[in-house]
Design a protein around this ligand. Sequence first.
Ligand code: ATP
Length: 476
Amino acid sequence: MVKLETIISLAKRRGFVFQSSEIYGGLNGCWDFGQLGVEMLRNIKELWWRSMTYRKDIEGIDASILMHPRTWDASGHTSKFSDPMIDNKTSKARYRADNLIEDYIDTLKRKGKNDLAYEIETKLNSAEEPLDYYKIIIDYKIPDPISGTCDWTEVRNFNLMFKTFIGPVEDQSSVVYLRPESAQGIFVNFKNVLDSSRQKIPFGIAQIGKAFRNEINTKNFLFRTREFEQMEMQYFIKPGTEIEWFEYWKEERMKWFVNCGIKAERLNFKKHEKLAHYANYAIDIEYEFPFGWGEIEGIHSRTDFDLSNHQQFSGKKLEYFDAVTNERYIPYVIETSGGVTRSFMAFLCDAYDEEDIQNEDGKIEKRVVLRLHPLIAPITAAVFPLVNKEGMPEYAEKLFLDLQKIIRVRYDSSGAIGRRYRRQDEVGTPYCITVDGQTLQDNTVTVRDRDSMYQIRINADNLKQFFLEKLTGYTF
Ligand code: ATP
């Protein structure tokens, strides 16, 4: 499996992801998407948006990041959205206490000490208060991975929401939060969408947007960051139908990742042993990252927790009236909550491949190729003149301008043709078109497929049709 450092280095070298404010030494837990990264990110969001909103029963919205502070009282974030934090007095390192214990359990499992690992895991699953985590760390003498000591402070709860002030006066009454999830923007708009659309239950509301969490530890590149993007959908249903819809969305979401090209064997469902305060069923879709399995999306059955609380805190009725059965109820909700940026990283890791190939001189060389889905790849095609003379550049330039009207295409005329192919392989460009001597005689070009490296010769007039066929017909 590819190493994380290899992915990070490729991402930087080729303009996928840069460290935020790098010239100032970087800002922890924040990353910038470069010229290729932003294209890929937009493609992922587009495929999600299409699969979610190009259907009868789901509407899309885009709510503001800053919301009324009472939102977070109703959702439970002001009181419950905290992580247990612990410091090691010797190394001065700070940890999320549950993560520290989890990592220790993994170490025990790797050493074959399964009984002890399961014993600690059982205690961790029932831990709720800071003292519960503290007791586990002390009772099992869990050491600091840096200093090796058990010189721990107490465990304290740390709220992960970023606070700021709205308006010019910085006092308690003007405190607002950067949203820690996009979901609440959907709940507070439930009635607006219901009243202004023709939807009837069951129906969903989808949204893509930034979320912010002041994570205690950021790690593993884009996996745990302080600013990230989510793609979330809340599906409003009749109480009592939640198992059926939970199963439905669980399968749909898994299919989406597979249809977008992620290898099925690197995806997994993980049932939550410990449920969040709002959920009665929950499952994660996990991806096998270079550092191990990690959640990329959560599917949660949230009951009527959110709408009931918003009704209570706002004093506004959030009920649904079923005109057919004459029933009035607060809908239940099934949520699909995915990370755009975390999935981006899964797509990148999954697509990375290396192979030995024979170059033009007959020598064996390493080819790095990103086997990205053609609709996720940042660039769809590259156009090359074989040589920079005999009218080839002019022809290729014209072709490039023409194709640019329908797909994202790059022009490259520098260096040996083999090197140009390699440059495109490394960023996942599915097709390379070469204009050569024959082109000028019969208007045909070669089209090389990234994965098979097989080339076909087609008439340049048929290229638009070629791409139309290659880029449509996928199911998501
Ligand atoms: P974790 O347990 O890893 O902190 P979570 O269970 O709190 O995640 P959710 O609140 O269910 O995560 O968020 C939904 C999705 O948002 C996650 O599956 C993940 O893809 C993404 N996400 C959550 N927190 C972060 C983060 N700090 N950085 C990047 N993506 C995140």
